[in-house]
Write a protein that binds this ligand. Structure first.
Ligand SMILES: [Zn+2]
Length: 270
């Protein structure tokens, strides 16, 4: 399963839709981002009383990672979340899809909630069913959660038992896949889940380059971390954590890797 430089470029440019993660919803209405799909969290948007129409397509992160990390549970009710999605769809528009209120399965997250991986998966499936039952018209996607390959396969079965054949869906999110040591295992999991049309949440640069060709779409805010650690020396700010120029050139580089050999040497989600 080796792709040369041109293969990676072809796969990234022509098949995977890449959403640039941002904490700045105003980017959605700016010309500079007209052709840049964005990924914005519900936790960011809910602070805004006034929203504006978007020029670009975008998808909504439910903010589950932050919410579970903060409270060890979902405090936002499905009803509140549905109301918020409807508002974003009406007032901002161009919403490709919204993530459900899923339960991540990183070992530290299960430790925090005191629940098993299987329990997180059950809650994830149940939440999707509830959201879809209560708001069938909204573009909410199913998400599979897990940690080991067997976990993810079990989650696909859980959906099937609930009457949902994920193969029929245009987008299926895959969570927790990039928060592990090596990208090799993550790549194997994603490979084994074909032919699902997967969206990889919170991808790291190395993971996008290694197995982006297997994904229908992905999102990342890794530019912000990178902008803090390796800022543009010509930028008047000391760090590029919040700089749009940095976010855009980082995105360009992820879609057109300038030093592909370097990426082949890197191991791990970094
Ligand atoms: Zn900067």
């Amino acid at each position: 399963m080796k792709y040369g430089e041109s293969g990676i470029k072809y796969a990234l440019r022509n098949s995977m839709k890449f959403y640039l993660g941002t904490k700045y919803p105003n980017w959605m209405r700016e010309k500079e981002f007209e052709d840049v799909p964005l990924f914005v969290s519900h936790r960011t948007l809910l602070k805004y009383k006034k929203l504006h129409p978007s020029l670009t397509s975008w998808s909504l992160d439910s903010g589950g990672f932050s919410e579970l990390t903060l409270y060890n549970e979902w405090r936002t009710s499905p009803g509140e979340y549905i109301k918020a999605i409807r508002r974003y769809q009406d007032e901002i528009g161009k919403l490709d899809w919204a993530a459900p209120q899923d339960w991540m399965c990183e070992p530290f997250m299960n430790e925090k909630t005191g629940k098993s991986v299987e329990e997180h998966q059950r809650l994830t499936v149940e939440n999707y069913l509830e959201l879809k039952y209560r708001a069938e018209d909204l573009p909410i996607i199913p998400v599979i959660q897990g940690w080991s390959l067997d976990d993810y396969l079990r989650c696909v079965d859980m959906f099937l038992k609930a009457g949902i054949d994920l193969e029929e869906y245009e987008t299926v999110g895959i969570g927790s896949v990039c928060r592990r040591q090596g990208t090799g295992e993550a790549e194997n999991i994603v490979y084994r889940l074909k032919p699902l049309r997967l969206h990889g949440f919170g991808m790291k640069t190395t993971a996008v380059h290694r197995f982006g060709y297997l994904l229908a779409s992905s999102d990342s805010m890794a530019w912000s971390f990178s902008g803090r650690m390796r800022p543009d020396p010509e930028c008047p700010k000391k760090q590029c954590t919040d700089c749009r120029h940095y976010a855009l050139s980082w995105r360009e580089n992820i879609l057109n890797p300038k030093i592909p050999n370097l990426f082949n040497q890197l191991v791990g989600c970094q």
